[in-house]
Write a protein that binds this ligand. Structure first.
Ligand SMILES: Cc1cc2nc3c(=O)[nH]c(=O)nc-3n(C[C@H](O)[C@H](O)[C@H](O)COP(=O)(O)OP(=O)(O)OC[C@H]3O[C@@H](n4cnc5c(N)ncnc54)[C@H](O)[C@@H]3O)c2cc1C
Length: 271
């Protein structure tokens, strides 16, 4: 479920290694991926994301990492045990001087790490030298020309994309941001954003709450600034569709001014 995904003009499967990792807050892990192949990654879009192919850290079997954009075909030809895990992550930050870029993975199931999905377990275990493959999947952030401001709404899975968008946005496009995070310890203080932007942090207090519910509720309640705006929302699927439905039905925002994308479905593992 998504709108307006801009596919890359050209792309190739990148063979990369983990260069390092650090944990900026309890529920996030930043992982730096690098290697010569980064030169083949074309920068396009502030919320650019790609598929990460990796070995399950809890399985010692050597996996086959795809080498071609036709990865589905390549993986079909492998035995089940040799197939890597695949998850999608946003490019948080490019590091051209080091032929590298960062992704930032939200660590769900923090209280019971063994029950977390493979992406989360991989992020916790990633060590320098770990091999991965990465394939650009494009972006969806396409601000409407003439918009006076932008509305950005997401949960933790969209935090990397939202911070990247804020850093790169035009100075004359202030943002109203509603960003739900797992805890108050995940609130960032070092944010770069266009002048006049407001970041409304929404830390959850109930560990069992469905991600995105707070953000949806906050947007429904708030008085938004006047003027023509562009809206971008991503995160748990029912949050993203709920935000779009609310903007269209209750605030009469044209559908063409909204980009929305479900990043995951609560209770369902990604394929
Ligand atoms: C274009 C795009 C960009 C994305 N960018 C990022 C990014 O930069 N950082 C990031 O962390 N995620 C990002 N995601 C979301 C990420 O791909 C999914 O959250 C993915 O399911 C995580 O894989 P996993 O192996 O950890 O969990 P899975 O095995 O897929 O899921 C296991 C269980 O955990 C739940 N779950 C999955 N993700 C979360 C979560 N974030 N919070 C709470 N519960 C969850 C599932 O509903 C399921 O019940 C992006 C997705 C897309 C489509």
């Amino acid at each position: 479920m998504a709108s307006r995904i801009q596919r890359p003009r050209k792309r190739q499967m990148l063979s990369l290694t983990v260069q390092g990792s650090e944990q900026p807050s309890p529920h996030f892990m930043t992982v730096t991926l690098g290697g010569e192949d980064v030169q083949h990654l074309e920068r396009a879009g502030f919320d650019q994301a790609g598929r990460l192919f990796f070995a399950d850290p809890d399985d010692a079997t050597e996996v086959f990492l795809p080498t071609s954009e036709r990865w589905i075909l390549q993986l079909t030809l492998q035995g089940g045990k040799q197939r890597p895990r695949v998850r999608t992550y946003s490019i948080r930050r490019f590091r051209p001087e080091a032929s590298a870029f960062d992704i930032e993975i939200s660590l769900h199931a923090a209280d019971s790490p063994n029950s977390a999905g493979p992406g989360t377990r991989w992020a916790r275990a990633a060590e320098p030298g770990t091999r991965v493959a990465f394939l650009d999947e494009g972006h969806s952030y396409t601000p409407t020309p003439g918009a006076a401001w932008q509305l950005l709404v997401g949960d933790e899975s969209a935090l990397p994309a939202i911070l990247a968008i804020l850093e790169q946005s035009a100075a004359n496009l202030p943002a109203e941001v509603f960003l739900e995070v797992p805890s108050s310890d995940d609130i960032r203080s070092d944010i770069t954003a266009p002048p006049g932007s407001n970041v409304h942090w929404l830390p959850r207090t109930d560990v069992g709450a469905k991600p995105g519910a707070l953000a949806l509720d906050a947007v429904k309640q708030v008085r938004l600034p006047d003027g023509h705006f562009y809206a971008w929302t991503a995160g748990e699927s029912s949050m993203a569709t709920g935000i779009r439905r609310h903007l269209v039905r209750e605030r009469y925002v044209p559908k063409s001014d909204i980009s929305f994308r479900g990043y995951f479905s609560y209770g369902r593992a990604s394929l």
